[in-house]
Design a protein. Structure first.
Length: 608
């Protein structure tokens, strides 16, 4: 979850590294640091806190001369955030510097062995062990030393390494954490995310597990753990570099919410031709697709919530049983899978470690895997049997919005395709549903244009201590996402419940002034959800409701309400989630929270 950057070239390294770290700060912002090779030595500058502290300390990098360096922005795992535990970590002599994303699981055993050999440690990090091990194995050949360390460490890592004795080289190595290398006419770059490189190059190389890269000013060379040189093809990234900038908006999150209509349109359009659903990425015949007897969906966080929605849509349309698992639990519950099972894994980054490991477990049990990801060339995309890309573009805010919306679109299309090949979707129904999907971008924009009203409502709840989201069916899945958005960026305690469960214990928590957000988009369930709303309102709750246009009965049961445009009942998540995103955003802003970088969180979760 940490961000790492490395550079070697004609430019001064420190400003390039700071620029890259700024674009990666969403991956961690407990502390930051850089190591620059200059005049035969390594100069290390570190600071606790946000990147601007390091920026000011180094005068924007101007205070650190040199053309070779590595940098890091940290999400703490081992050791509290402070200057000592910040990366880069070095050996005792300060001649080897390491930046690290991931976790070394056997670091304590390795540390104990090094201590017995006379090494002393200053930090509480697992990363310092890597620097000291490199020192132990270094006999003048850095590549051999790195390989020896890789053979002995257990866990996950993306590494950037520089040696004072070899000031014209940056080394990179990877296992289970993303690492990307790029080149332009002036030098070579490495980073844990492509957004750090877009300003300089669109052609990048993705390291696979157990690969090492040697970066010089003029070339990048790749090796396996047998020290054999390997060939790699560059991948062209078509993201707009400006998409990773705020573009005048106060926060990335607001900008990314506003971008949702375009992202949804860009994701929908490639998969519809001449009124037909086209999912060429599946590379299977209709008969093979229809032969799947069961679907497992596994994901984490917001992606898990899109899977919850997909369960209702796929089962309703295609009449095929669907299970939805948290990826962090999937491989520990001994799932029953076989070659007739399609496992769908969903990840914005394509690097979510829990989801990646769930996918590998599915493969090991004989299932085929369809990945839904946003990043071309990511680990999950490369290892899946089939991969459908969303077209959200770079998403910088930690709390996902547009990636969530684009994942929904792919899942809707998948559900319709499954229904079609299984004989449960007529031509006329398919055309109607595709027309409803085509309208979604404009309808999302309509809801976004109502954000001033949502802001006025949000201002009434700035002092809330507890918030409960309720819904039934698909509305329960929407409630899960609304609750997560609120808690992760406003720090208000929030829970989502299937509305029918209120009477089984949760209603005891309702007291005068408690905020309850109710989602009511399913016509067949209107009466039941309104009854639940009246039950909590009679106990003093203040009700905020989201419902479909025309459902005026909701006004009698709620204190505040937002209408969304009418659409197919299966697609209401795409519209109902927008006011919930905006509500969370405006409450967080009103409470003075950093909505783009909420405390204790980071994007692209690459640790378990």
């Amino acid at each position: 979850m940490c961000g790492i950057v490395g550079y070697i070239g004609k430019k001064q390294a420190a400003p390039v590294i700071l620029d890259g770290l700024e674009r990666l700060e969403y991956r961690g912002y407990d502390s930051t640091g850089m190591a620059i090779a200059h005049d035969g030595a390594l100069v290390v500058e570190k600071s606790v806190g946000r990147l601007n502290v390091l920026y000011n300390k180094t005068r924007g990098g101007a205070g650190l001369p040199g053309n070779v360096g590595i940098g890091h922005t940290r999400w703490a795992t081992h050791g509290v955030p402070n200057d000592i535990n910040a990366h880069p970590q070095t050996n005792q002599a300060g001649t080897i510097a390491v930046v690290h994303n991931g976790i070394i699981e056997n670091y304590q055993a390795l540390k104990d062995k090094l201590i017995k050999r006379g090494y002393s440690f200053t930090s509480d990090t697992d990363t310092e062990v890597l620097a000291q091990m490199l020192d132990y194995y270094d006999d003048g050949d850095p590549l051999q030393a790195i390989i020896k360390v890789m053979h002995r460490v257990e866990g996950s890592y993306a590494l950037g390494i520089i040696f004072a004795a070899h000031p014209d080289v940056v080394y990179a190595a990877r296992k289970s954490c993303p690492l990307i290398v790029g080149r332009d006419d002036d030098g070579s770059f490495m980073a844990s995310d492509v957004t750090a490189l877009l300003k300089y190059t669109r052609k990048v190389y993705y390291l696979e597990d157990h690969e090492i890269c040697r970066l010089t000013q003029d070339a990048v060379t790749f090796y396996n753990m047998d020290e054999e040189e390997i060939a790699k093809d560059a991948v062209t990234v078509d993201w707009d570099a400006n998409a990773a900038e705020k573009g005048g908006y106060e926060h990335f999150m607001l900008k990314e919410m506003i971008e949702q209509p375009a992202a949804v349109r860009d994701t929908f359009s490639p998969h519809v031709r001449d009124g037909r659903i086209v999912m060429e990425e599946l590379s299977v015949s209709d008969e093979e697709l229809a032969a799947f007897r069961k679907i497992h969906i596994t994901a984490c966080g917001s992606a898990y919530h899109t899977g919850m929605t997909a369960k209702y849509v796929i089962e309703g349309l295609a009449r095929i049983p669907v299970e939805v698992d948290l990826a962090s639990e999937f491989r520990y519950r001994d799932p029953i899978l076989d070659h007739d099972t399609l496992v769908v894994v969903i990840s914005q980054s394509g690097e979510t470690l829990d989801t990646l490991e769930a996918m590998r477990e599915a493969h090991a049990r004989g299932a085929r895997v369809l990945a839904i990801v946003n990043v071309v060339g990511s680990s999950i995309a490369r290892e899946a049997d089939y991969c459908v890309y969303t077209h959200a573009g770079p998403e910088i805010a930690v709390a996902t919005t547009k990636a969530y919306s684009t994942q929904l679109i792919v899942l809707y299309l998948l559900a319709m395709k499954l229904a079609e090949v299984r004989g449960h979707l007529s031509d006329s129904c398919r055309k109607e549903m595709l027309e409803d999907l085509r309208k979604l971008p404009a309808q999302i924009e309509m809801v976004l244009n109502n954000r001033e009203e949502i802001q006025r409502i949000a201002n009434r709840f700035l002092a809330a201590r507890d918030v409960f989201f309720i819904g039934r069916g698909i509305d329960y899945a929407i409630s899960l996402e609304g609750s997560l958005k609120l808690k992760e960026i406003s720090y208000i305690h929030s829970e989502a419940y299937a509305a029918g469960e209120l009477k089984h214990g949760t209603i005891s928590l309702i007291e005068p002034g408690t905020m309850v957000a109710a989602v009511a988009t399913q016509e067949s369930l209107y009466d039941k959800i309104v009854n639940n709303m009246e039950q909590v309102r009679s106990r003093g709750a203040v009700l905020f409701a989201v419902t479909m246009a025309g459902n005026t009965r909701i006004e009698e049961a709620s204190d505040f309400h937002i209408y969304i445009p009418e659409t197919n009942p299966y697609f209401t998540d795409s519209l109902a989630v927008i006011p919930l995103q905006l509500l969370a955003y405006y409450i967080a802003v009103g409470r003075g929270c950093d909505v783009d970088k909420p405390r204790n969180l980071a994007k692209s979760v690459t640790v378990e």
